[in-house]
Design a protein around this ligand. Structure first.
Ligand SMILES: [Zn+2]
Length: 271
């Protein structure tokens, strides 16, 4: 057979093979599915490599100064490109089932304390499996899964959307306690949002809903975010007192050094 014909024949055979063929032991053979997905990733990456220029990669190589620490659900249907066209270098992302703080505290602290992101956001989503599990009976889950679900404090038999929303509000409250100094000082805004790809909120499929900013949940107040943040700004009088104490006890230049050093040192960790 001509080599080209032979290749075509083999390719046709491969394509005709069922994705989940059973092996002699009755196990599903997922090797075709897996190898295809790896090939797809390589192809997609090839496109990515050439559609971003040298300056883009040089910027990433320099270090990171993300704008947000993001805690979101691991659910594959939720991805940052739904609300950020270029998340590289902007989002310090932590993912787990149910977008919860308790089992990811170290990573969240790293974003807030070392990378100094001005925003910490908890992002839930419509049709969340973790919330559905917590709303029902998950006693048969493994200890590792139970440990994570146990941190989600929502009532049993709650509707999924209500559960997702309640959990986001709870996570914001917990983070505001944990980072109370940063929030009070105006260095951190803790926010909650829901990615509604299923249009459960009836405002359009795929809409990103901001539902909480520093504990404010009133939709009317959340419309004008800059006004809301201006209202909650720390009093300038307090800032002056702190500055006066600093200049009396420590030379200003010396005092600025640790922060500056920290801000530059953290990105070098290459997370
Ligand atoms: Zn989820």
């Amino acid at each position: 057979m001509h080599p080209l014909l032979k290749t075509m024949f083999v390719c046709t055979l491969l394509l005709a093979m069922p994705v989940h063929a059973l092996d002699p032991h009755g196990h599903k053979d997922r090797s075709t599915e897996v190898s295809r997905f790896i090939s797809d990733m390589k192809a997609d990456n090839g496109v990515y490599m050439v559609t971003h220029n040298i300056d883009f990669y040089a910027g990433l190589a320099k270090g990171q100064k993300p704008k947000m620490t993001l805690v979101t659900c691991s659910d594959s249907r939720v991805q940052a490109n739904m609300f950020d066209r270029a998340p590289e270098g902007e989002l310090f992302t932590i993912r787990n089932i149910g977008n919860q703080l308790a089992t990811a505290e170290g990573s969240v602290e790293y974003g807030v304390h070392h990378l100094h992101t001005p925003i910490l956001m908890f992002l839930g989503h419509s049709r969340c499996g973790a919330i559905a599990a917590v709303g029902g009976n998950y006693s048969k889950e493994s200890p590792a899964i139970k440990k994570e679900l146990d941190t989600i404090g929502i009532p049993k038999d709650i509707g999924n959307l209500e559960g997702v929303t309640a959990n986001v509000h709870n996570q914001v409250s917990l983070a505001m306690i944990k980072f109370s100094e940063e929030v009070a000082g105006g260095d951190l805004v803790v926010m909650g949002a829901v990615m509604d790809f299923a249009d459960d909120l009836h405002q359009g499929a795929g809409k990103f809903h901001v539902i909480n900013i520093n504990g404010e949940k009133d939709p009317a107040q959340l419309v004008n975010i800059s006004a809301l943040l201006a209202k909650n700004k720390p009093k300038p009088v307090a800032a002056k007192v702190v500055k006066k104490v600093d200049t009396q006890n420590t030379p200003a230049a010396e005092h600025a050094k640790p922060d500056e050093h920290d801000a530059h040192a953290a990105p070098a960790a290459h997370h």
